[in-house]
Design a protein around this ligand. Structure first.
Ligand code: FMN
Length: 168
């Protein structure tokens, strides 16, 4: 799919079919995240791919929305804050790096006909425990991954005029 078409048609999907995600598609989607640019090329993130039903069940203590577990795959993007680039004033860019990688992943999924939904409103300490994540990694974003059961209408966006200030 053309990139602009993918950007326009992507939605946050909150209902999934049971159909499994093909391995070759999953590989391409994950690789799209790997290829993302990062500040000073530090690549301060890692991804956990969860297909195991028992592990998914345990994650309900971290994020309880039933629709989330209709997806056959869950991906957890973790930040590696200690290895990330910092600006001279100390500002860390690790969240930006993880977000870019996740956006690559999410757009690649959409281009493959698959649905995703960014999830930040989970309990990170429970996710760390269930997924056995070491202390140097911080779970930052979850997404389900699977074929959409329901594709919602586009959500509201501000106009360009509200968002862009041009200096000539
Ligand atoms: C950083 C981030 C965190 C989000 N966290 C959640 C979340 O915890 N739960 C949820 O249902 N949606 C979450 N969303 C999805 C947004 O609600 C959604 O992207 C927004 O409403 C626009 O809808 P659209 O993605 O269909 O265009 C999150 C999105 C982003 C970018």
């Amino acid at each position: 799919m053309d990139l602009y078409e993918t950007i326009k048609t992507r939605r946050s999907i909150r209902a999934y079919k049971k159909d499994p995600v093909e391995d070759d598609k999953l590989d391409r989607i994950i690789d799209a995240a790997r290829l993302a640019p990062t500040a000073a090329n530090k690549q301060p993130f890692s991804l956990i791919v969860i297909k195991n039903e028992q592990v998914k069940h345990k994650l309900k203590d971290a994020y309880s929305q039933e629709w989330f577990y209709t997806a056959p795959v869950i991906i957890c993007a973790c930040a590696l804050p200690d290895t990330a680039w910092k600006r001279n004033d100390g500002r860390r860019y690790v969240d930006v790096d993880v977000a870019i990688a996740m956006d690559h992943l999410i757009l690649a999924a959409s281009a493959e006909g698959l649905g995703t939904c960014w999830i930040a409103a989970f309990k990170p300490e429970v996710v760390k425990d269930v997924l056995n994540i070491p202390d140097n990694l911080e779970p930052l974003i979850l997404t389900p991954l699977g074929y959409p059961e329901i594709i919602p209408e586009p959500t509201f966006r501000k106009s360009l005029g509200e968002m862009v200030r041009e200096i000539k």
